[in-house]
Write a protein that binds this ligand. Structure first.
Ligand SMILES: O=P(O)(O)OC[C@H]1O[C@@H](O)[C@@H](O)[C@@H](O)[C@@H]1O
Length: 268
């Protein structure tokens, strides 16, 4: 059944007490993430909006085999970030400037110098990064982004700027790659037009300008999620607003008006 997904607002020390419309943070709460509850038809995909006022932890996620070997089930987490707004100078830290051995990464996590070993990319709206599991990363301050990810909540924090949160150095060291990021996983996405952002292995993600072309429609034969980026998007004849995420039974119930834009995603 096509429907607009319910949301969960998650407080984070690096979140914001004022969110860009249409979102609102309850009085006194710093909201960092808005999660869209994965529907039964697409249980393996999680979509979030992320809003930052400070840096997130320097962290890493396991892949499916690693989380299974750790007794946590198939909870791997590859993710991607579509930047929708960024303050001037805002950055995302992804991968290292040079290859690091395990001893160096461990020592740098303990003394915090790992922050400076990451490569910090200055970003603006339209920057897109696919982040495979095992990539060491940290989202910087002043960024709003849409994250599409494998439905997992396993984050191993290597360093957290002295915040009073749990670290997971041993688990993180076991899965972290001390490598530079492959910049072929970055794209610059223009506001208009249609563009494939992710082609597996865990999900497909397309940025689509309406009307939906046959070439895209053919890749979405079953259930999909629709994340409007403008007005003019409807699912099963009901308008879906920017800030919402809707489940569509199939692409034929999705209408994107000419010139309107949306992200479409499904599991692989
Ligand atoms: O551990 P903190 O700093 O709260 O960050 C946790 C967050 O990190 C981001 O990079 C994403 O992976 C989010 O899905 C995750 O919830």
């Amino acid at each position: 059944m096509s429907s607009v997904l319910c949301t969960i607002s998650v407080e984070k020390p690096w979140g914001k007490d004022t969110l860009p419309p249409p979102f609102t943070a309850p009085e006194g709460q710093r909201i960092g993430e808005i999660w869209f509850e994965p529907p039964a038809a697409l249980p393996d995909l999680l979509v979030k909006y992320i809003f930052t006022s400070e840096k997130l932890s320097v962290q890493v996620h396991p892949d499916d085999d690693q989380s299974e070997a750790a007794g946590l089930g198939r909870q791997g987490k590859s993710e991607c970030w579509y930047v929708i707004d960024a303050e001037p100078g805002a950055t995302l830290g992804i991968g290292f400037a040079r290859d690091l051995d395990a001893g160096t990464m461990r020592a740098a996590s303990l003394d915090g110098s790992i922050e400076d070993m990451l490569v910090w990319h200055e970003v603006r709206a339209g920057d897109f990064f696919y982040i495979p599991a095992n990539t060491v990363h940290a989202i910087g301050a002043g960024v709003s982004l849409i994250e599409v990810q494998q439905n997992s909540d396993i984050t191993y924090r290597l360093y957290d700027y002295g915040r009073a949160r749990e670290l997971h150095l041993e688990e993180g060291m076991a899965v972290a790659k001390g490598e530079p990021y492959d910049m072929r996983l970055h794209q610059t996405v223009p506001e208009g037009g249609t563009m494939r952002l992710v082609e597996g292995p865990f999900f497909l993600l397309d940025k689509v300008e309406g009307p939906v072309e046959q070439a895209i429609a053919g890749d979405y034969p079953g259930a999909l999620l629709v994340i409007p980026r403008s007005e003019g998007v409807s699912v099963a004849s009901k308008a879906v607003a920017v800030g919402e995420c809707a489940l569509a039974d199939d692409i034929h119930c999705v209408e994107i008006a000419g010139g309107a834009t949306a992200l479409l995603t499904r599991g692989c």
